[in-house]
Design a protein around this ligand. Structure first.
Ligand code: UGA
Length: 438
């Protein structure tokens, strides 16, 4: 997993300031330190900075804790902007860009970083890693010029790392995209990636910004497409798993992101697809395909509830167990998790909701405040009228389902990730429903 194994390969290293200690900032900071650079990561959250300074990592990301620990000589954390910028040659902007009330990305955190840069006397380049609308780079460029920082280069360096494998993705990427409008900045940011095992692709800033949004939109499209085909499989008696296998064997299409399920979630696909749609609307163009992709995904979560309702007659008074809460396994991230929509819908229908997840940290807010959390899948399904497998945690493959069926009030099981074997589950007495399988 490490990009560098031998100290003779350690390069002198640049001084880098990373703004934002979220998933992207922490992984970027730790990996750049691993590559030999001296990195200061700044966040506005005192508790986060305190944890990081004491050697704890506030998020779960495989390999990240070890990487931070072994690079502690080169990697520090602070709340202080001046300390962050002191001697910094490259500033990485990794702050979040949530949707604003208008639906456009809220860039206020990006602007607050840009406003602080006048104090950075050694600065050579500002790099935006946060996902931003196309055209943001040009606006930042103009702001830098207006602040007397015309000599400072600008680059867009979007991230393509997936949660749960972000460290691996950073060091061994399919590609590193660098958008820069001048050769010197492109060369500097390429140089910064020495040791990263993947091709560097240089383009103009706007194209790099668009490449990020287009990549996520196409990945989300593949999933929504196979989810629609799954619905059609249910109506025609075909098996979507076989269909996806055959389709994916065409090397032009590929197997990835053809797993049907309960819909995509997470901090990226929902936000980025909406941002791209909004960006198009702002230019007067309606992205028809992407709109359908988003709609299919919204429906997919609600279809799960409808199918349960069809089975149980009514959800009012039913006790339903949600198995898995995070938006995918291998992370503690609950952002835009389909489970939140399912829990909310079930409660609205009058069901009692109990849940299990090995890692989730749901917000102390509705709908979760109205649900009960259980220590094991077995305890969550005890006395339940139905269970929904929401997140394909590998632990769920190991559950003693025969025993689970025997303690449920009604053994109705909706496998929202096609994780389990239909024949086996039915032989254990479950009324087993899954996505697009007969
Ligand atoms: C995604 C992209 O995969 C990364 O390349 C990108 O850098 C990142 O967003 C980002 O923009 O920061 P991530 O959100 O971590 O990464 O998660 P994915 O592994 O892509 O999964 C997204 C959602 O799609 C999950 O809810 C997952 O369960 C679902 N999914 C994925 C499916 O339903 N079917 C599939 O075949 C694949």
């Amino acid at each position: 997993m490490t990009a560098r194994t031998d100290d003779s390969m350690v390069r002198p290293g640049l001084r880098i300031a990373v703004f934002g200690a979220g998933y992207i900032g922490l992984v970027t900071g730790a990996c750049l330190a691993e590559l030999g650079h001296r990195v200061v990561v700044r966040d506005i959250d005192p508790e986060k900075v305190r944890l990081l300074r004491s050697g704890d990592v506030p998020i779960y990301e495989p390999g990240l804790g070890d990487m931070i620990a072994r690079n502690k000589e080169r990697l520090t954390f602070t709340l202080d902007v001046q300390e962050t910028l002191n001697g910094a040659e490259v500033v990485y902007v990794c702050v979040d860009t949530p949707p604003s009330a208008s639906g456009d990305a809220d860039l206020s955190r990006v602007w607050s970083v840009v406003r602080s840069l006048e104090a950075a006397s050694h600065l050579r380049a500002v790099v935006v890693k946060s996902t931003v609308p196309v055209g943001t780079g040009a606006r930042v460029r103009a702001a830098l010029d207006a602040a007397g920082l015309g000599h400072v280069g600008y680059a867009a360096n979007p991230e393509f790392t997936a949660e749960g494998r972000a460290v691996e993705d950073f060091l061994h990427p399919d590609r590193v995209v660098i958008g820069a409008d001048d050769d010197a900045t492109a060369a500097l940011i390429s140089e910064l990636h020495t040791g990263v095992d993947g091709p560097v692709v240089v383009m103009d800033v706007r194209s790099a910004e668009m490449a990020k949004l287009a990549s996520n939109a196409l990945l989300a499209t593949k999933i929504s497409f196979i989810n629609e085909i799954a619905t059609l499989c249910e109506k025609t008696g075909a098996d979507v798993e076989d269909v996806a296998r055959a389709v994916g064997m065409d090397h032009r299409l590929g197997h990835h992101f053809l797993r049907p399920g309960i819909g995509w979630g997470g901090s990226c696909f929902p936000k980025d697809s909406e941002a791209l749609r909004q960006l198009a609307s702002n230019t007067g163009y309606h992205l028809q395909m992407l709109s359908a992709v988003i709609e299919v995904n919204n429906l997919q979560k609600r279809r799960a509830i409808q199918r349960l309702k069809d089975e149980l007659g009514t959800l009012a008074g039913a006790r339903v167990a949600l198995l898995g809460m995070t938006f995918k396994p291998g992370t503690d991230d609950m952002r835009e998790a389909p489970s939140t929509v399912l829990a909310g819908r079930l409660l609205a229908e009058g069901a009692e909701v109990r849940c299990w997840d090995p890692m989730a940290r749901p917000a102390e807010a509705e709908p979760w405040t109205w649900t009960t959390r259980h220590e094991s899948p077995r305890s969550a399904v005890e006395g339940a009228d139905a269970a929904i497998l929401v997140t394909d945690w590998p632990q769920l493959k190991e559950v003693d389902w025969a025993q689970a069926a025997s303690v449920m009030r009604r053994p109705v099981f909706f496998d929202g990730r096609n994780l389990l074997d239909p024949a086996v589950m039915r032989s254990l007495g479950f009324t087993y429903i899954s996505v697009g399988r007969p």
